[in-house]
Write a protein that binds this ligand. Structure first.
Ligand SMILES: *Cc1c(COP(=O)(O)O)cnc(C)c1O
Ligand SMILES: [Zn+2]
Length: 411
């Protein structure tokens, strides 16, 4: 017995049968979301019972769409640390900064949560194979979970996608293709190929299960902050699964009476070379319009026309947040800053948050006494290393080499 009541359209509200393999709203074509009988969840589990459970995303089993005995397709996703970042906070003169280190997930990014959940549920509901357009990490994650449950997977990524993510999909046995253009081009091909193969289309938010995995970031954050929410939350925004999923998790806990108070002010962070959400936010538009010629080395942010633009913009406005774009140099500098100050080699997407925070602080949008949450979505290791200077090569006798190290360190 699961706690799911139904699946609902986020725009027109049409109810859908949760026992069927669903994609988008059958009435209006918009994004669907899983709804739960939250009163029944609240009377079935307590905070102290939760504390006894194993770490990881299935710790919140009652708030997942899985049937009671349904085995998850899992590699141990979730349960990532919430790190206090005091040296970064001191650097910016902000009272508190936390980083949720999603780079410690299997596959090195938070995509493991969404795709682990999506493949689990879609397989149970009858999917016999998967097709996904991706900027990199989602394709890698889909491929490894498909391997884990023995089903085939097609991954289509733009040319120039970070090589580690492509290799990850290949080594897991997926059929991997590159294409000129962006994830949008790949998405159009996927939408035609998936029905021909009879395989399930995993495009961002065009099915309701991936979101339930992403949502668990919000559930974990609530527990890790001892059942409260931060004031400000920055999210590196491509397709926006976290901007839809994290508040969904918070709202569900609030409806259960486990959390109170306002949602954090959510900020979408994008790159100057692809900022459809920032542009729509600034112009007061209700939804995004396609971004021409998207370019950024932060591959996960290269999403020119996110499907859930409307839902994201609504959240940013309702919570008193905003949207900020940063340039490529600022992203690279921020990546080094986080590594130098806190020892975290984070992905360029999440480094963009730190560059954005500097701007928000300078502009007075984030106050000195604020408490700020950064969703560090991926590990820097999954990207080609940034152009650092080569390390000094030690050569000579052992004595000379030792002296060389002392001189260089200056200690
Ligand atoms: C996919 C991805 C993002 C963007 O996430 P969305 O949910 O698509 O907005 C950010 N960072 C990394 C590392 C990613 O892989
Ligand atoms: Zn609808």
């Amino acid at each position: 017995m699961s706690f799911v009541s139904h699946v609902e359209c986020t725009i027109c509200g049409a109810a859908h049968d949760a026992k069927r393999l669903l994609t988008v709203c059958e009435k209006c074509g918009q994004m669907l979301a899983v709804r739960y009988d939250l009163a029944r969840v609240a009377s079935s589990v307590t905070k102290s019972a939760l504390r006894q459970r194993a770490a990881g995303m299935y710790r919140f089993r009652e708030l997942t769409p899985l049937d009671e005995a349904e085995p998850p397709v899992t590699l141990g996703e979730g349960g990532t640390p919430l790190l206090d970042l005091p040296r970064l906070a001191a650097h910016f003169g902000i009272r508190k900064i936390w980083g949720k280190d999603e780079g410690q997930n299997p596959t090195g990014s938070f995509k493991a949560r969404g795709l682990g959940m999506a493949l689990t549920r879609a397989r149970t509901l009858g999917a016999r194979g998967f097709v996904i357009p991706s900027a990199g990490n989602a394709g890698g994650a889909a491929a490894v979970y498909a391997a884990r449950c023995g089903l085939p997977c097609v991954v289509i990524v733009p040319r120039g996608t970070p090589p580690a993510a492509v290799a990850e999909a290949q080594i897991a046995g997926a059929h991997v293709f590159t294409i000129e253009g962006s994830i949008a081009t790949a998405g159009r091909v996927v939408s035609r190929v998936a029905p021909l193969l009879g395989w399930f289309d995993l495009s961002t938010l065009k099915e309701p299960y991936r979101l339930e995995g992403k949502k668990t970031i919000g559930l974990e954050l609530a527990e890790q902050l001892d059942w409260r929410m931060p004031e400000v939350l920055l999210y590196p925004t491509g397709g926006g699964t976290g901007l839809v999923g994290i508040p969904k998790g918070y709202e569900e806990l609030r409806a259960m009476g486990w959390l109170s108070g306002p949602l954090p002010r959510f900020f979408a962070v994008q790159a100057d070379g692809c900022a459809p959400v920032v542009k729509a936010f600034a112009s007061g538009a209700e939804t995004t319009t396609a971004w021409d010629n998207p370019t950024t080395h932060a591959a996960g942010l290269r999403v020119p026309s996110p499907f859930a633009g409307r839902q994201m913009l609504r959240l940013l406005r309702e919570t008193g947040g905003g949207a900020v774009a940063v340039d490529e140099t600022a992203i690279q500098e921020a990546q080094r800053l986080v590594a130098r100050t806190e020892g975290i080699w984070t992905a360029p997407e999440s480094a963009a948050l730190v560059a954005a925070l500097a701007r928000l602080k300078d502009g007075g949008e984030v106050a000195r006494d604020a408490e700020v949450m950064l969703i560090l979505t991926g590990a820097g290791l999954k990207y080609a290393p940034p152009p650092l200077a080569p390390p000094t090569d030690l050569a000579g006798t052992e004595e000379e080499v030792v002296a060389q190290v002392r001189r260089a360190v200056g200690a």
